[in-house]
Design a protein around this ligand. Structure first.
Ligand SMILES: *Cc1c(COP(=O)(O)O)cnc(C)c1O
Length: 386
């Protein structure tokens, strides 16, 4: 293999004086929880408005955002939640933590998003929620999913952990009339290290979620009148102050990523054996949480070796998600009454993608164009060598 200089990529996360200022502002409030300060309230208003939703509730992390959203949507023991089989495990674990059954369905081989026909086939009288995950910040087919939801009466919960600011045919995540959950974990497109949020289209479920995220206690209660079962999922003031600064930088960074993906993806497409992510063009403002590509037929072992080669060459590359049903965690509680092989047999695309897909960290798409040309050269060399 040629020796090539490693390309330079910006660090992630990024910050400047705005985060620093926000942290000091939160510190000097003297009250560091949301009940005493104003940073969380302000962040919620700004995040909701940014996404075109009437309400946002900030929480501790994205996994808790999904759990809370599912809970106020009526998910609990005896119910089922349909999730894509190719996703980060939180999508299914959130349902399982509530005592529900997570039902994995296959994804599309090009978009890696939930296969709507497969979701339709999995609906039963026990289904309470269908959870599309907007893979890498390209929205799942919201037209077909909206129709499925209307036809079956089963509401959608968007797992938007990758989709801050993304738009489907001009519509922002908060404008689809459904609940949506976000993550602000360290690697996400905006971050406070940890954190999450839920968008609500209606005040009823928003208020229900507020109660449950604060130990079932009304905002102004001083008499320990816990009205519903809940937990403490409250975001702290420091995280919110950082996230307000991050939100201000989000759209500009996404525009850079869009421009860089337009450079990288045709370069990847020219490499023998590589098929770049081919998302649905109806996502007209993708957020590019990951730069993904497949090496069809490579096999899991060689794919992993390829990732190791890329990492050694200085590329922040990762093996794509393992199929959720191929983890031990999935089968511990709340799994469907099927075997692994039965689930795998109805999820052929997930089987293939989870073995042949690679993703690059979104900070690669913030690099200078020249770095992306070098990245493509390194990938071409590495693929030829495995
Ligand atoms: C990151 C992520 C989550 C969970 O978010 P955390 O904040 O890490 O708990 C949920 N779903 C998807 C698809 C994710 O990528």
């Amino acid at each position: 293999m040629n020796v090539r200089q490693a390309p330079e990529f910006p660090e992630w996360p990024q910050y400047d004086g705005h985060e620093r200022e926000g942290l000091i502002r939160a510190l000097e409030q003297g009250q560091w929880w949301r009940m005493g300060g104003s940073e969380v309230d302000s962040f919620e208003r700004e995040f909701a408005a940014f996404h075109g939703a009437p309400h946002a509730l900030a929480v501790t992390n994205g996994t808790h955002a999904l759990e809370l959203a599912l809970q106020v949507m009526g998910v609990g023991p005896g119910t089922e939640v349909i999730v894509p089989a190719f996703t980060f495990i939180s999508s299914s674990q959130a349902a399982q933590r509530l005592g529900a059954v997570a039902v994995p369905v296959d994804v599309d081989p090009d978009t890696y998003n939930i296969d709507v026909a497969a979701a339709a086939a999995a609906v039963t009288p026990r289904t309470r929620v269908i959870m599309p995950v907007h893979m890498a910040g390209f929205l799942a087919d919201m037209d077909a999913l909206g129709k499925l939801s209307a036809d079956t009466g089963v509401p959608l919960l968007q797992d938007a952990a990758h989709a801050h600011a993304a738009r489907w045919q001009g519509k922002r995540v908060g404008e689809h009339g459904t609940v949506a959950a976000f993550s602000f974990q360290n690697g996400k497109l905006m971050t406070a290290g940890e954190g999450g949020a839920v968008l609500f289209p209606d005040s009823e479920r928003y208020e229900a979620a507020f109660l449950r995220h604060s130990c079932g206690r009304p905002r102004t209660d001083r008499r320990y009148l816990h009205q519903v079962a809940g937990s403490n999922l409250r975001m702290n003031e420091f995280s919110a102050a950082v996230l307000r600064a991050q939100l201000g930088r989000l759209e500009g960074q996404i525009r850079t990523r869009q421009q860089r993906w337009a450079v990288l993806s045709p370069l990847l497409a020219q490499i023998d054996g590589i098929v770049p992510h081919r998302p649905d063009g109806r996502t007209d403002f993708p957020s590019h949480y990951m730069a993904m590509f497949r090496v069809p037929g490579i096999g899991e072992e060689n794919r992993n070796a390829l990732v190791d080669r890329l990492v050694a060459a200085g590329i922040p590359a990762f093996a794509a998600f393992r199929a959720i049903y191929r983890t031990d965690a999935f089968w511990e509680t709340g799994a469907p009454d099927e075997t692994v092989d039965q689930v795998a047999a109805r999820c052929p695309n997930t089987e293939a993608i989870s073995a042949d897909c690679i993703w690059l960290h979104h900070r690669t798409l913030l690099a200078e164009e020249q770095a992306l040309h070098r990245t493509a050269e390194i990938i071409a060399d590495a693929v030829a060598a495995v």
